[in-house]
Design a protein around this ligand. Structure first.
Ligand SMILES: [Fe+2]
Ligand SMILES: [Fe+2]
Length: 374
């Protein structure tokens, strides 16, 4: 196989996709990899789990929906899609407003790390498992995430930066999550990923003059991949009703709150990026939460009450606390340390206030399957 002649978009397996990217790693930049290596509450992490427990899942209770979903993924409608073509406009990186350039690169690195985080986790499950249904699903999802990460790296490389994915796999810290927490967190990150990408795509469809980079043109097919991945996790959870009832509902609420709040705070760190897109980050957050909540009713018996008066107020408090922590870290010294502690306390209080808003209850449908309609 001549891997240099191929692109990660054409790879049919995750191994092939990663080998192609490995070849390109010699162009990767230390600074971008360092950013991707960071582990804070807000940066994408790498996960590991109890793979044997995952491997033991029996998908028979959802067999019909499962087979349909897998057949769709095997058909691979997006093969070859995630690479530059004639729609890829030239970008004048040097002429870009420096603030926007900084925030946009940060956005790309963070997205690439998140895509790759999924890739690593799914690939590992595929490698460790013996259950044919599970290993097949995880191979297919890892294939997609390797393409997504590879494509973002293409965009970054034009700006003179790229993330060294091989280095990250070996050196980035892995966070252990029990399988059920992996389901909640990964399901939500796939569905919120879909909601984020489709909201930006639809907005730019209506306002093409604000599309300052060509990568947004690819967001439609992109979000459909994420949608399918979310469907797969919904089916996995559907195999065991305990996962979405009893005390686990409190965990679901915790993950919903954490995922929404993280997105809010992270997006508010990029004002120039959102201004360039013509998107108000508060409007965007509300839109994405609304879509994600509508989707997650397919499997979760509760959604967060994002219309509650305490919701927006405490998101703003959380954002301000985060700014205070970042500024205090920068300042250093005893004063910095104290201000950092005060910021953390404010953030914790705001999070508790968000978490304790009464949730909205729903009846969950018998079949989880949904189509991407936004
Ligand atoms: Fe992805
Ligand atoms: Fe995904």
């Amino acid at each position: 196989m001549n891997i240099q002649a191929k692109h990660s978009a054409d790879a049919t397996t995750v191994e092939e996709g990663l080998a192609i990217q490995e070849e390109q790693a010699k162009f990767d930049s230390v600074a971008a990899t360092e950013v991707a290596m960071q582990n804070t509450l807000l940066t994408p992490r790498f996960y590991t789990t109890d793979f044997d427990e995952l491997d033991a899942i029996n998908v028979e209770p959802v067999r019909d929906d499962w087979d349909k979903l897998i057949a769709q993924m095997v058909a691979d409608p997006n093969k070859g899609h995630f690479k530059k073509n004639e729609d890829w406009d030239h970008i004048d990186w040097d002429g870009m407003d420096p603030e926007l350039r900084k925030e946009f690169i940060d956005f790309l690195i963070s997205s690439c790390t998140a895509e790759f985080s999924g890739c690593v986790l799914y690939k590992e499950m595929k490698r460790r498992g013996n259950n044919k249904d599970i290993t097949q699903l995880f191979q297919l999802m890892a294939r997609d995430e390797a393409r997504h990460a590879g494509f973002i790296n293409d965009a970054l490389r034009e700006a003179g930066v790229a993330v060294n994915l091989g280095f990250l796999t070996q050196k980035k810290k892995y966070t252990y999550f029990r399988p059920k927490f992996i389901y909640y967190a990964t399901y939500l990150s796939e569905k919120i990923g879909y909601a984020r990408y489709i909201t930006i795509f639809r907005h730019l469809e209506a306002h093409p003059e604000q599309r300052f980079h060509p990568i947004f043109k690819w967001f439609c097919e992109w979000c459909n991949d994420e949608f399918s991945h979310g469907e797969a996790f919904a089916l996995l959870m559907k195999t065991d009703p305990k996962l979405t009832s009893g005390v686990n509902v409190l965990w679901i609420k915790f993950f919903l709150t954490a995922v929404y709040a993280t997105m809010y705070v992270r997006d508010h760190q990029r004002p120039a990026f959102h201004k360039a897109l013509g998107v108000d980050p508060d409007w965007y957050a509300h839109e994405v939460f609304t879509k994600t909540s509508a989707l997650s009713q397919q499997i979760f018996p509760i959604t967060l009450d994002i219309e509650h008066p305490r919701w927006q107020r405490n998101l703003v408090r959380l954002h301000h606390a985060n700014v205070q922590i970042a500024e205090a870290k920068e300042r250093g010294g005893l004063g910095g340390k104290l201000s950092q502690m005060a910021g953390s306390a404010k953030a914790a209080l705001a999070f508790v206030s968000l978490y304790t808003i009464p949730a909205r209850k729903h009846t969950v449908p018998a079949s989880t399957r949904l189509e991407p309609v936004y």
